[in-house]
Design a protein around this ligand. Structure first.
Ligand code: NAD
Length: 479
C-alpha cells in the first residue's frame, strides 16, 4: 500500500526579503564603492531572490578598517562578562527569529525546511550559547592564564550550511575578543545578512562584526589584506591550498576546514535497520552537500546483498522536492554549477564501469535536482571512490576483513570523518584507533555539538573548530 502525502508547505510570509542588500560595515548597511551587484536565486525555482552588493578592494579595506577600530577601541577593552552578554543576546535573538532564519535558509540554499528548522538554526544558536559561556573563562582554554585575542579575523564560508558555518566562525572569534570580517558564499548570502540585522538588534558595538558579500575574488582580497591577523576558511581543498600559499611567510594565523570522502564502515554484526538509517543520513542529509558525508560505503562482503536490498527499499521512500514542504527529505542542489559537477562525476562512474541505481522519482522541471543515487561495483581506483562529489551519490565498496576495511578507508587524500557500524565495543575502539579521520562516529552519523572539536587530517584541513580546541585557535598561543 502506498500513502499519498498532501503538500505541507511552510509559509514564506515570515521572511521579508529586500530587493537589494548593501555590505554590512561598521554596524550599517552601505552601498559598495563601485556600485556593483550580483543576484542570489532560489535553487528550487531559479527565481531571483535579491540583488547583493559585490565588494571590491576599497570595500574590503573599509570593512577591515572598521573591524580594526572596533577591536582596538571597544571589543578588546570591554570586560569578558560584557562580551558574553552580547553573545547570549545574539543566541536568544536567533532562537526568537528561528523560523525566519529557517525559511530564508531553505529559500536561498535549497535544503529541506525540516533540516534548516531542526538542525541548522538550532545548532547555530547553540554555538553562540556555548561560546557565550566561554567569554569570561578563557584562562581555561589551555593557552595560559592570561590569554589574548589575535585581533581582526577574516572569515570565509561555503554555501552548504550558510548560517551554521557563520556561527562556527563568528561565535568563537567574538568570545575570544577578536573582531571579524566575514564573507558568505556567493550563492547563499541571505542568512548572513539577516544575522547582520541580529547584530544591530543585539546592540553589538559597530564594527565588531562586518559582513561583505562577493565571490572568490572578494575572498582573496580578504585573505591577502595586510591588516588581518587570522584567516579562518571553510571550503574546497583547492581553494584552501591557495590560501595556505597566500598566507605562508606572513604573520597571519590560519585554520582550514576543507573537503572529505568519508568511509562509512559496516561490519557483518551491525544492527541492520539502524545502519540503513545511518547510511541514508550519512549521504542524503543536506543533499550530500556535507564535507563529512559518508560518501564511501564500505560493507563487509557477506552482508552486502542484504544491505543493498534494504538500502534500495529505504531509498525508494525518500521524498525529493519542494524544500519548503515539511515532508521533503531531499531538496534542491544548491547551484547549476554544483549540479553539473555531480552529473559529470556520476557519468565518470558509468564510464569507469560502476553500476548506477536510483529509485524512480519525479524531479521538478525548474530548478536544480539530482535523485538519490548509489553506485555498486566501485573499485578504489574509480573517480567516484576518490573525488568528493558533494551530492546525493553513494559509492558502495566491499571488504572481507577488518584490516582490509581500514586499508580501504584510509586510502584517500582526505581524513575528515568516518562511521563504524558494529555490535562490538572492542571492534569500535580497534577500528577508530586505526582510522585516519578527525571525527569518527560509532553506530550513528552526522552528530554535531558545539562542545566537540571538528576538523580533519591530511587534505581535509588544518586545525579544529568547536570545543576548547576551536576556541584556542582564536587566542594567542593557541593552535
Ligand atoms: P569554495 O572553496 O569554492 O568556496 C568557499 C568559499 O570560499 C566561498 O565563500 C567562496 O566565495 C570563497 N572563495 C573561492 N575562491 C576563493 C579564493 N581564491 N580566495 C578566498 N576565498 C575564495 O567551496 P564551495 O564549493 O563553496 O564549498 C564546498 C566545499 O567546502 C567542499 O569541498 C566541502 O567539503 C567544503 N566544506 C568543508 C567543511 C569543513 O568543515 N571541513 C564544511 C563545509 C564545506
Amino acid at each position: 500500500m502506498t500513502f499519498e502525502y498532501a503538500p505541507a508547505p511552510e509559509s514564506t510570509s515570515i521572511v521579508n526579503i529586500s530587493d537589494e542588500y548593501g555590505l554590512f560595515i561598521n554596524g550599517k548597511f552601505v552601498a559598495p564603492k563601485n556600485g556593483k551587484t550580483f543576484t542570489t536565486i532560489n535553487p528550487a525555482t531559479e527565481a531571483v531572490l535579491a540583488k547583493i552588493a559585490y565588494a571590491e578592494a576599497a570595500d574590503v579595506d573599509k570593512a577591515v578598517a572598521a573591524a580594526r577600530v572596533a577591536y582596538v577601541k571597544v571589543w578588546s577593552k570591554i570586560s569578558p562578562q560584557e562580551r558574553g552578554k552580547y553573545l547570549f543576546r545574539i543566541a536568544r535573538i536567533m532562537q526568537e527569529r528561528s523560523r525566519e532564519f529557517a525559511v530564508l535558509e531553505s529559500l536561498d540554499n535549497g535544503k529541506p525546511i525540516r533540516e534548516s528548522r531542526d538542525v541548522d538554526v538550532p545548532l547555530a544558536a547553540n554555538h553562540f550559547f556555548y561560546h557565550a559561556g566561554w567569554a569570561d573563562k578563557l584562562k581555561f582554554a589551555g593557552v595560559g592564564d592570561n590569554p589574548k585575542p589575535l585581533g581582526v579575523a577574516g572569515q570565509i564560508i561555503p554555501w552548504n550550511f550558510p548560517l551554521l558555518m557563520l556561527a562556527w566562525k563568528v561565535a568563537p572569534a567574538l568570545a575570544a575578543g577578536n573582531t571579524v570580517v566575514l564573507k558568505p558564499a556567493e550563492t547563499t548570502p541571505l542568512t548572513a545578512l539577516l544575522f547582520a540585522q541580529v547584530c544591530q538588534q543585539a546592540g553589538l558595538p559597530a564594527g565588531v562584526v562586518n559582513i561583505i558579500t562577493g565571490d572568490g575574488k572578494t575572498g582573496s582580497l580578504l585573505v591577502n589584506h595586510p591588516d588581518i591577523n587570522k584567516i579562518a576558511f571553510t571550503g574546497s581543498t583547492a581553494v584552501g591550498k591557495g590560501i595556505a600559499r597566500a598566507v605562508a611567510g606572513s604573520k597571519k594565523s590560519v585554520t582550514l576546514e576543507l573537503g572529505g570522502k568519508a568511509a562509512n564502515i559496516v561490519f557483518e554484526d551491525a544492527p541492520i535497520d539502524e545502519t540503513i538509517e545511518g547510511i541514508v543520513n550519512g549521504i542524503f542529509f543536506n543533499q550530500g552537500h556535507v564535507c563529512c558525508a559518508g560518501s564511501r560505503l564500505l560493507v563487509q562482503e557477506n552482508i552486502h546483498e542484504e544491505i543493498l536490498e534494504k538500502l534500495k527499499h529505504r531509498m525508494s521512500q525518500i521524498r525529493v522536492g519542494d524544500p519548503l514542504d515539511k515532508n521533503t527529505d531531499l531538496g534542491a542542489i544548491n547551484s547549476a554549477s554544483q549540479l553539473a559537477r555531480i552529473k559529470s562525476l556520476s557519468d565518470a562512474g558509468d564510464e569507469e564501469g560502476a553500476q548506477r541505481w536510483s529509485p524512480e522519482c519525479a524531479l521538478p522541471s525548474k530548478g536544480f535536482w539530482f535523485p538519490p543515487t548509489i553506485f555498486t561495483g566501485v573499485t578504489q581506483a574509480h573517480r567516484i571512490a576518490r573525488e568528493e562529489i558533494f551530492g546525493p551519490v553513494l559509492s558502495v565498496i566491499t571488504f572481507r576483513t577488518p584490516q582490509e576495511a581500514i586499508e580501504k578507508a584510509n586510502n584517500t587524500p582526505y581524513g575528515l570523518s568516518a562511521g563504524i557500524w558494529t555490535d562490538k565495543g572492542s571492534r569500535i575502539l580497534w577500528t577508530a584507533k586505526h582510522l585516519k579521520a578527525g571525527v569518527i562516529w560509532a553506530n550513528t552519523f552526522n552528530k554535531f555539538d558545539p562542545a566537540s572539536p571538528f576538523g580533519g587530517y591530511k587534505e581535509s584541513g588544518w586545525g579544529r573548530e568547536g570545543g576548547r580546541h576551536g576556541l584556542s585557535a582564536y587566542l594567542k598561543g593557541g593552535n
